[in-house]
Structures are given as structure tokens and as C-alpha cells.
Design a protein around this ligand. Structure first.
Ligand SMILES: *Cc1c(COP(=O)(O)O)cnc(C)c1O
Length: 378
């Protein structure tokens, strides 16, 4: 049976290193934060190319901490994409702010900078949002491809907005020779097992060049701690990384570059096999200057019926597929209070009807790729 993301094959490849590293933590008596976590943070900052990395308990916590550190809360608007995992808008709502959605570019599935200025400028004109202060933009690097920061950054500067990169799916990607996580003032990533760099539980991290922001992240992740352990200078959360997860991540980082390379190879293999089979599908578009982390390999079928038929054929052949995402954020029941309706973000809605993702992980081989594409062509 083909795996959608083959974590067992990865474990088999790194088992001795991971087991030794985890055993060392068990014997150390230090289980939350501590030297393992500090060593991991130094290595991650070095990898991403930022002055600071502050680890935390999940990607969602990273987003919440980023927003809290900027003092974003009730009455504030944060611009983001409706075509993402729920955690992006959820983090905005968790701090009491309001997500304001901007539709996506259908070629990259990322927030469309062309619609961003309209949304920022249009905030005051709409009675429903006129009371909100524009504060930040949260672009998402969907499926492992960086959002268009070269177009987003000038708008952020013009309107005085913070930029928080949701790099939960893009750890390992680059854009114009900068690593994902370092593409905005604050980068947030996730180490959920299925992400490009995953641990064996929940984990996440924040990246920044700002000494001041990094100090705030460290304080917020431990109950707003001050200089002294029982002095609290702000309201925080409890969102620390476990030493066991840090040990797992260190072992996985040793093979990570090879895994990112293997994902490039697999994506090219799919591209070529799909082109050779002459299938009526749109393969992923990676704009010049970008390397995707290939968290997902996502295709567009001509319409919903063609997409669903293709998924059924693959399923019958024992090949799992997924739909990311079947319901855009503006149509989620939990966000109904925002007052959106079907038709508000037509590109996101169309993509959610046509998109599906094939198995993608670093341990795919050529026969498996050919078998998957052959099953699609039947
Ligand atoms: C996975 C994900 C998150 C949340 O990460 P967790 O570690 O699961 O909390 C946030 N944003 C996006 C786009 C994600 O894919």
C-alpha cells in the first residue's frame, strides 16, 4: 500500500540515530527546554539564516506568540489568505483580532498581492470593517512554496504593517536565496510530523533578526516570564518545546538537505510522467527564484467531477490522495460571524473544488511515481 507521507520509511532510514538521541534525553533528567533545545535553536537559526530561533510547542503557538509579541489584539485587522489550514486565521482570532481575507493567485495558491492593496485600502470604506485598525499581514507559504514577499513587503512598509510569515509548510524552501522562515520580520514554522521537517509529536519555532522580538517570544512562551522565574511582566502562554522533540529534530536535520533534494526529484518525476501521459491536469507552478519544500504536490483537475473521479480511480488502485483544502476559511462554520458568503473569494472557492494532492515524501521511488501516474491515466 502506497503511503501518502511515508514516515515509517523515514524512521527506518534514521532509526539508530533517533533512538540514541531520545535515549540520551530520557537519561538526562531534563525534559522541557534545556541544552538540547538550545542547541537545536542555534542550529535552526543558522540553517534559516536569522539571528534568532525561538522554539515552541506547535506551529499554531508560533503564530499566536508572533501576534502577541506585536501587541495585536481586539480592534486589529490581520490580512491573510482564505486558502490555508485553519490555524492561520484561528491564531488571529485567538488573540482577539479580526482576520481579513485576500483571495489567492490561482497559479501559486498563495495570497495575491494584487488584491492586498485593495483590501488594505478598502478596510475603511466597508462599514463592516471601518472600525478595524490594519496591523499585520500573515502570508502563508502554501504546499511549501514561498508567498510573493517581494510584492507584499513594499505594501507592508507603505501602510506600516507587520509581516508574519506562516512557514508551517515551507521549512526548507528558498525564495531569492533566502530560506523560508527568514522572508519576513517574523517567520513561524511547524514541526508537526507530516510537515517537511517533522518531529514525533507537536513542535514549532519562530525566527527573527530582532533581538527585542526574540526576547518577547522567549518570555511569552513561558507565561510572560521576566528576569526572574516567578516574575511575570506580560501575559503569556505555556508553549515550550520538549527536549525529546529537539533530539528527534536534531537527528532529522542531519538528513534534511538530502530529503529536500529527494522531494525536488519526486516533483520533477511527477511533472514529467504527467506531461508524458498527456493528462488534462495543471501541474504545480514554481515561480523563478523559488525552490519549494514540496510539503504537498497538488494538481488541478478541470472541474470538481473530474477531480473526484480521478481520486476514486487512484483510491481503487490503492493510492491515497488528499484535498487541501476542501472548504476555504471564509466558509468555515467557526468563522461565520465574519459574515462571508459563497462567492466572496471566487479563486479560493474554485481551487477547493478542483485541487487534489498526490503522495509526496522523500522516500518515493520511480516505479511508485510511474504506477501512480499510470493509475491516473487509466
Ligand atoms: C500545520 C499548519 C499550521 C499549524 O501548525 P501546528 O504545528 O499543527 O499547530 C499553521 N499553518 C499552516 C499553513 C499549516 O499547514
Amino acid at each position: 500500500m502506497t503511503q501518502f507521507i511515508d514516515l515509517r520509511a523515514q524512521y527506518a532510514a534514521i532509526q539508530p540515530q533517533v533512538e540514541a538521541a531520545v535515549l540520551a534525553v530520557l537519561r538526562s533528567g531534563q525534559y522541557i527546554l534545556g541544552p538540547q533545545v538550545e542547541a537545536l535553536e542555534a542550529r535552526l537559526a543558522d540553517y534559516v539564516g536569522t539571528r534568532h530561533c525561538v522554539s515552541c510547542a506547535s506551529g499554531t503557538d508560533a503564530l499566536v506568540i508572533a501576534l502577541m509579541a506585536q501587541g495585536i489584539g481586539p480592534g486589529d485587522a490581520v490580512f491573510t489568505t482564505p486558502f490555508t489550514f485553519f490555524a492561520s486565521p484561528e491564531s488571529i482570532v485567538l488573540v482577539g483580532a479580526t482576520p481579513v481575507f485576500v483571495d489567492i493567485d490561482p497559479r501559486t495558491f498563495n495570497l495575491d498581492p494584487a488584491g492586498l492593496e485593495e483590501a488594505i485600502a478598502g478596510l475603511a470604506a466597508n462599514p463592516a470593517t471601518a472600525h478595524l485598525r490594519p496591523r499585520a499581514i500573515m502570508p502563508v507559504d502554501l504546499f511549501g512554496l514561498a508567498a510573493d514577499y517581494a510584492a507584499i513587503q513594499p505594501l507592508a512598509e507603505r501602510y506600516g504593517l507587520a509581516v508574519i510569515e506562516d512557514a508551517a509548510q515551507s521549512f526548507g524552501a528558498t525564495s531569492r536565496n533566502r530560506r523560508a522562515g527568514a522572508l519576513a520580520e517574523i517567520g513561524c514554522t511547524s514541526f508537526f510530523p507530516a510537515k517537511p521537517l517533522g518531529c514525533y509529536g507537536d513542535g514549532g519555532a519562530l525566527f527573527t533578526d530582532s533581538d527585542e522580538l526574540a526576547a518577547r517570544f522567549r518570555s511569552i512562551r513561558v507565561h510572560g516570564q521576566g528576569e526572574d522565574r516567578y516574575e511575570h511582566v506580560r501575559i503569556g502562554v505555556t508553549a515550550r518545546l520538549d527536549a525529546i522533540q529537539a533530539a528527534v529534530l536534531m537527528a532529522k536535520l542531519d538528513v534534511f538537505d538530502g530529503e529536500v533534494e529527494a522531494r525536488q526529484w519526486a516533483a520533477r518525476g511527477y511533472d514529467q510522467a504527467i506531461a508524458a501521459a498527456g493528462l488534462d491536469l495543471v501541474t504545480p507552478h514554481i515561480p523563478d527564484g523559488n525552490v519549494s519544500a514540496w510539503a504537498q504536490y497538488s494538481l488541478l483537475a478541470p472541474d470538481r467531477a473530474a477531480r473526484d473521479g480521478m481520486r476514486e480511480r487512484l483510491s481503487a488502485a490503492g493510492i491515497p490522495t488528499m484535498v487541501y483544502y476542501p472548504k476555504p476559511m471564509h466558509l468555515q462554520p467557526a468563522l461565520a460571524y465574519l459574515g462571508h458568503a459563497a462567492g466572496d473569494f471566487p479563486v479560493s472557492e474554485e481551487m477547493s473544488a478542483r485541487i487534489f494532492s498526490l503522495p509526496m515524501h522523500p522516500y518515493l521511488d520511480q516505479p511508485t511515481i510511474e504506477r501512480i501516474v499510470a493509475a491516473m491515466a487509466e
